[in-house]
Design a protein around this ligand. Structure first.
Ligand code: GDP
Ligand code: FE
Ligand code: FE
Ligand code: FE
Length: 187
């Protein structure tokens, strides 16, 4: 599937604002793929479709998590987390994109995980630093991403955890596991 075809399909599933976010993720992810030597074709599709399920009804996402035997503890956490695994599934099922690397990049783009692959790291970070993102600390992560992806992931997950804690929001264990992994890797 080429880029224009993918974007045309995506456009039908997202409101304008989220579509523009996706174009930012695409541009950023392709820059990172060139710098770090990741497959550009796979990076392109993973970036374009990373938020494919973002606007699906909660009920649909919940059913996918149950039916696909994805971790059911997701259902005890905020529904904001569901679009990543549900999206990975739907991109395969509805669009026929059957590629493990793309699947995992979409699946883990919100929480990250210990031992992320290069494409997973690129989508996770591109989602965080794309040009439309404006929040405290994002420029620091942008600078780190140019030098060392693992350092960028550590800082991004630190920021996300701090942000969620400030809001009194529950934090999904994978989010902590990502932080711990990239912190302890450095020591
Ligand atoms: P987006 O889909 O482009 O908006 O970005 P993400 O998929 O990365 O994140 C979606 C939302 O999930 C953001 O508001 C994050 O702050 C939030 N989020 C990330 N990790 C966690 C977590 O562990 N727990 C909860 N409750 N929310 C999280
Ligand atoms: Fe997302
Ligand atoms: Fe993210
Ligand atoms: Fe996103």
């Amino acid at each position: 599937m080429d880029r224009n075809e993918a974007l045309q399909i995506l456009k039908k599933h997202l409101p304008e604002k989220r579509y523009i976010h996706t174009l930012g993720v695409l541009e950023t992810a392709l820059d990172l793929a060139r710098v770090y030597g990741c497959d550009e074709k796979k990076t392109e599709l993973a970036a374009i479709f990373h938020d494919y399920a973002k606007y699906r009804p909660e009920e649909e996402m919940r059913n996918i998590i149950i039916q696909e035997h994805f971790p059911e503890d997701l259902l005890h956490y905020h529904s904001e987390l569901w679009h990543a695994p549900a999206g990975a599934y739907l991109v395969k099922k509805e669009l026929g994109i059957d590629d493990k690397d793309i699947f995992q990049a979409i699946y883990y783009h919100t929480t990250g995980r210990p031992g992320m692959t290069l494409i997973e790291k690129i989508i996770f970070i591109a989602d965080y630093i794309e040009p439309g993102r404006q929040f405290p600390g994002v420029d620091e992560v942008r600078a780190l991403a140019k030098k060392n992806l693992d350092d960028a992931i550590l800082q991004a997950s630190r920021n996300t955890i701090a942000f969620l804690m400030k809001k009194n929001a529950p934090i999904y264990p994978d989010t902590f596991h990502t932080y711990n992994h990239f912190l302890m890797k450095k020591e």
